[in-house]
Design a binder for this molecule. Structure first.
Ligand code: UDP
Length: 325
């Protein structure tokens, strides 16, 4: 089959491209390299079943042509990373909403199934643990910049589900919880690559807030298995929302200690208030814990890698990168 991946030169998109090629499919990547990088897909360029276009997915004519050539579309292109969201809210909102509109509209003309990547961020301040797909989404005030990301992704979800309901376009929405692994950059604030590079560089690990907030980190290679299986499932997945994430929970302070130990680092751990780390009035989620029963039932998916294995992989990746520089 032929797959189009918007945002395919990004961290998750490049791993997805790799997995689809391994399973014998053809892959075309559309990416404007705003946060993605050609380095992420360089190793795929010699594969005759792999091709790419460097362009924005806001371009209707390009998306129309590429959707035409594809059997299934993965829409992963988005503005991601809390740092980017806080610094560039206009870009975040416009990219996330407009690109999804373009992709869905073009896919609808040809009835091409579309996967829309959403995020656990949409659960916002909900305290209904574990987060279930049918649970409430609890947003903060529009004057607090962070919520623009959650709201823009929630709009993407509504739009994808509306296309299914009203226009019979097969769409699948997945809410990705914290996804980590090799090739993720710490440039946009993601905590695992940041802590690893701080630990390997013997710089202080920067724990924001009081460090008691928890997250569940899932290996990107586990996540992309779920992404592929869901789209190959077909009918049963269409018009549905699925959580994808790990249930191994750790506090951010605990994570800093674990990274430091696994990296054999003597770095100090610095605890920094949110207002200093992001901006005044910044709101963080104290906990993010998914219910993954739905995806387990649908495609028998569960994470296979422990947090220690994940951190070990990220450490080895960054060590190898440093060795070639
Ligand atoms: N975080 C931190 N230090 C950093 C970067 C992030 O303590 O240098 C915290 C952040 O405030 C959040 C958690 O780590 O509580 C996860 O952050 P990330 O941006 O990776 O993902 P999020 O879950 O916020 O989308």
């Amino acid at each position: 089959m032929r797959f189009l991946i918007t945002g395919g030169a990004g961290f998750i998109g490049s791993h997805l491209a790799e997995e689809l090629l391994v399973r014998g499919h053809r892959v075309h990547v559309l990416d404007d390299l705003s946060t993605g990088s050609i380095d992420n897909v360089r190793h795929l360029k010699d594969d005759p079943r792999f091709s790419y276009t460097i362009e924005t997915c806001a371009s209707t004519s390009i998306v129309a042509e590429l959707v035409d050539d594809a059997d299934i579309v993965y829409h992963l292109a988005a503005a991601v990373g809390v740092d980017l969201i806080v610094e560039s809210p206009v870009r975040t909102i416009e990219t996330n909403v407009h690109c999804t509109e373009v992709v869905l509209a073009q896919a609808a003309k040809k009835r091409k199934p579309v996967f829309v990547a959403s995020t656990s961020e949409v659960y916002g301040k909900s305290t209904q643990f574990p987060f279930h797909e049918d649970g409430d989404l609890v947003m903060g005030a529009s004057t607090t910049g962070r919520w623009s990301y959650a709201c823009s992704k929630a709009i993407d979800e509504f739009l994808a589900l509306a296309y299914w309901k009203e226009r019979k376009l097969p769409t699948v929405v997945a809410r990705l919880f914290n996804t980590v692994g090799p090739r993720q950059t710490g440039r946009y604030g993601m905590v695992v690559p940041k802590f690893v590079s701080q630990a390997l560089g013997e710089r202080p690990l920067t724990v924001f807030g009081d460090g008691t907030q928890t997250r569940c980190f899932c290996h990107v290679e586990d996540v992309v298995q779920a992404l592929v299986d869901l789209m190959l499932l077909g009918n049963e997945a269409y018009g549905q929302v699925f959580n994808i994430g790990s249930q191994e929970e750790i506090s951010i302070l605990g994570l800093a200690e674990r990274v430091r130990a696994l990296a054999g680092s003597d770095s100090e751990i610095h605890v920094i208030p949110y207002a200093e780390a992001y901006e005044e009035g910044f709101e963080d989620m104290p906990r993010r814990y998914p219910d993954i029963a739905k995806i387990q039932r649908a495609v028998a998916w569960a994470p296979t890698r422990s947090l220690d294995e994940i951190l070990g992989d990220v450490i080895s990746f960054q060590q190898a990168e440093a060795a070639v520089v």
